[in-house]
Design a binder for this molecule. Structure first.
Ligand code: ATP
Ligand code: MG
Length: 292
């Protein structure tokens, strides 16, 4: 076995979404509810979802996954335009616990484009790069995070499709944000890229109507983007939003993310666009570093 083959087991990408956490670990994909909540004793150990988690970390105790969404006393869903917060760290650690037994790990994680400053990335890394001891559903795992890439959501999905030097506009529709990213010759054009403060689940009236949110996106991008631009849609609701985006931006396509594994290319659903791109970035960056 070659060094790089074994080393890939140490690389994991985690998109700690406002609604669902998406994980890419080679060709293994995982997705679970992002909710994190306070803990309480339950006389009846009802199962609410296949992702129910009871965790203990640094003297704290809580629920995660569907269990947290249903059994929380004090709210369970941290939303917002930044992923520099405790809930996002917990989502990442839970994702690791669910998917690997490796003792040393190299990570790629995401953050919305607009808030991804150097300081924010440093903060996110600080919470992650060290040794963690985490109990989930009674099972203790101890692992060390050696290094972390913090990727810009939306832009990361560009790394999940074949490279093009052309101008590409990426629309990453999430539950708390929409990342609207312009990429030219593989580089982000900042003045034509931004993150909205709305997403599919930010309205007090419930989940956004696909037509309405597409209208918002077209309105917000039309100052800078041209009707004939190449537009790529990604994120959970990509399939239901793209037809409405296409009414305005005629060259609109849905991204089919490609995982670049050692045994060839694997395809994933659009909700995994960012995490697959993050994984491909991590493999490029870390595969020379990791040891057998
Ligand atoms: N197959 C699907 N078809 C339509 N809508 C879907 C599908 N899968 C997920 N969704 C919707 O997509 C939204 C969540 O998308 P996504 O997982 O990309 O967001 P997120 O990454 O958790 O949020 P954010 O990017 O703001 O952190 C939810 O409103 C969910 O109901
Ligand atoms: Mg997202």
């Amino acid at each position: 076995m070659t060094a790089s083959f074994n080393g890939l087991n140490q690389i994991i990408a985690i998109d700690a979404g406002n609604n669902e956490v998406k994980v890419c670990y080679g060709s293994k994909l995982d997705k679970f509810c992002s909710a994190i909540s306070d803990w309480h004793k339950r006389p009846q150990q009802e199962q609410h979802g296949s992702d129910d988690m009871e965790w203990e970390y640094q003297g704290m105790k809580g629920f995660g996954g569907t269990l947290a969404k249903i059994e929380s006393e004090f709210g369970s869903h941290m939303y917002g335009g930044s992923k520099n917060h405790f809930d996002a760290t917990m989502r990442i650690l839970l994702a690791i616990h669910r998917n690997t037994n490796e003792k040393e790990l190299y990570l790629a994680v995401g953050n919305p484009y607009d808030t991804l400053t150097k300081e924010e990335a440093t903060d996110i890394k600080k919470a992650l790069i060290r040794t963690h001891e985490l109990i989930v559903n009674g099972l203790l795992k101890k692992f060390t995070i050696k290094d972390v890439i913090v990727a810009a959501e939306g832009a990361a999905a560009f790394q999940a499709i074949p490279y093009t030097s052309d101008l590409v506009r990426i629309i990453d529709v999430g539950s708390g944000t929409v990342n609207l990213i312009s990429i030219l010759r593989g580089r982000i054009v900042d003045i034509e890229s931004f993150t909205t403060d709305y997403g599919m689940l930010t309205s007090k009236y419930g989940e956004a109507n696909p037509f309405a949110i597409a209208r918002g996106i077209i309105g917000d991008t039309s100052k800078k983007w041209k009707k004939e631009d190449k537009v790529k849609v990604v994120g959970g609701p990509a399939e239901i939003i793209a037809p409405f985006i296409k009414n305005h931006y005629k060259n609109t396509e849905i991204i089919t993310p490609q995982i670049w594994t050692h045994d060839g290319i694997k395809f994933a659903p659009p909700i995994f666009g960012n995490v697959v791109g993050m994984y491909n970035m991590a493999v490029k960056k870390f595969s020379d570093l990791v040891q057998v």
